[in-house]
Ligand binder design. Structure first.
Ligand code: AMP
Length: 401
């Protein structure tokens, strides 16, 4: 990585303004539902504490859309972080107001302050704000710290005040250890993968993953397509798909992709059989079919022959990247494709395996196979954009080495 990391800059005794991704689920009783993202930020926080820095943490939570909405407060996260660190974490009830300023100014070495939800301010994302309002907000945020660290991989694909804007007003801007790790795994693997490199792409629609497929076409040996997006390819090939999810406006694109794969010598594998249902529900009637899907039925998972075919490809891979479920895995009746693929990736202990995207990550965790995966990305959108070959604004804005 050509950007400075927190270990390349002097943080000794300094006030560090740090963007984290604490966008965690909060239960009705106000407790944190899943603390994976808090855990993921601990290495950088602990490193900064060892350097006697004082840390001002900032994050968004949910989509309050520029308004103060108590259900999106970050206060429970301060308590959860405090419990993990075994030390107090102060909480400011605003992000740039008097409380934040007073508490940030009074912060001593080794102390931590968490600011209230950045997205209580429209200026954070900037939608509908004047340039002047955005600049005032961004400057006020930047004024809280002496150096800036971005450890929020989950929002690194957004050019917001806290992810990119503040870097205009702070001289030393570095990546946190989580951001560094994510970039090292994902970007480096995509740059120089060990072959055979197998990409597994699933999910509802072709439109959400099209740029990923196109970008990976130049890097992969094999692309396995599952999930709802497969049916657009089937329809483009003239097969009957019944009521399966598909995108009529992507037919030509689907044909083009298949032609490109052929021209580039990439093995492009679609499901050879499908588990279909007569209703979009867990307790519908099901059948396994190869080829045409009759009217009144829809494809909801990859079938057993496809599972075997895909698992065999995965077993011989040296690099595997997986994004998107193989079917409607939220319904147990149609979960077997996704879980079989999860098992196949976990079973190949010789390969570098990288999983990104909320649903595939959820599936691997549900199957309790997460400790068998080389790297599980903490950012669905950001990991997709890296796989699309895009530059992440939150990374790009950091100081060069
Ligand atoms: P994405 O956000 O594009 O990765 O899509 C994930 C969603 O795709 C999940 O909620 C799955 O239930 C859904 N999905 C996967 N396969 C199908 C399918 N064959 N038909 C409808 N939805 C699907």
């Amino acid at each position: 990585m050509n950007k400075k990391t927190v270990k390349d800059i002097d943080v000794q005794g300094k006030k560090v303004l740090m963007r984290v991704d604490f966008n965690v689920p909060v239960n009705d009783d106000g407790s944190v539902g899943d603390d994976t993202r808090i855990e993921a930020a601990l290495p950088t926080i602990q490193y900064l504490l060892e350097q006697n820095a004082s840390i001002i943490l900032m994050s968004h939570l949910g989509r309050p859309k520029g308004e103060v909405k108590p259900e999106f407060t970050l206060k429970p996260v301060a308590a959860a972080l405090s419990a993990k660190l075994g030390k107090p974490v102060a909480f400011a009830k605003d992000s740039v107001g008097e409380d934040a300023q007073t508490k940030a100014a009074a912060l001593q070495a080794g102390e931590i302050l968490l600011l209230e939800n950045l997205r209580f301010y429209a200026e954070e994302e900037g939608k509908g704000c004047t340039d002047e309002a955005k600049a005032t907000f961004t400057k006020a945020l930047a004024s809280l710290g002496e150096v800036y660290v971005n450890d929020a991989f989950g929002t690194a694909h957004r050019a917001h005040a806290s992810t990119a804007g503040v870097t205009e007003y702070i001289e030393e801007c570095a990546a946190g250890l989580l951001l560094e790790k994510e970039i090292n795994y994902l970007a480096k693997t995509l740059e120089a993968p060990e072959h055979p490199f197998v990409a597994i792409i699933g999910g509802a629609k072709i439109s959400g993953k099209i740029d990923v497929v196109i970008n990976l076409m130049d890097k992969c040996d094999t692309i396995l397509i599952g999930g709802g997006m497969a049916y657009t390819f089937f329809k483009a090939m003239g097969q009957k798909i019944g009521g399966s999810i598909h995108e009529d406006d992507k037919m030509e694109l689907a044909k083009q992709i298949m032609a490109d794969a052929k021209a580039k010598g990439v093995k492009f594998l679609l499901p050879v059989d499908n588990k279909i249902g007569d209703d979009f529900s867990n307790d519908c009637n099901t059948e396994i079919v190869a080829g045409d899907i009759p009217d009144g039925w829809e494809g909801m998972d990859i079938g057993p022959e496809t599972q075997k075919l895909f698992a065999a490809e995965i077993a011989s891979a040296k690099t595997v990247v997986w994004n998107g479920p193989m079917g409607c895995f939220e319904m147990p009746t149609f979960a077997s494709g996704t879980f079989t693929i999860a098992q196949a990736v976990a079973d190949n202990t010789e390969c570098i395996s990288i999983i990104g995207g909320g649903d595939s990550v959820a599936a691997i965790k549900q199957a309790k196979l997460d400790d068998k995966i080389t790297h599980i990305s903490t950012g669905g959108g950001a990991s997709l954009e890296l796989m699309e070959g895009k530059v992440l604004p939150g990374l790009d804005a950091l100081s060069d080495k």
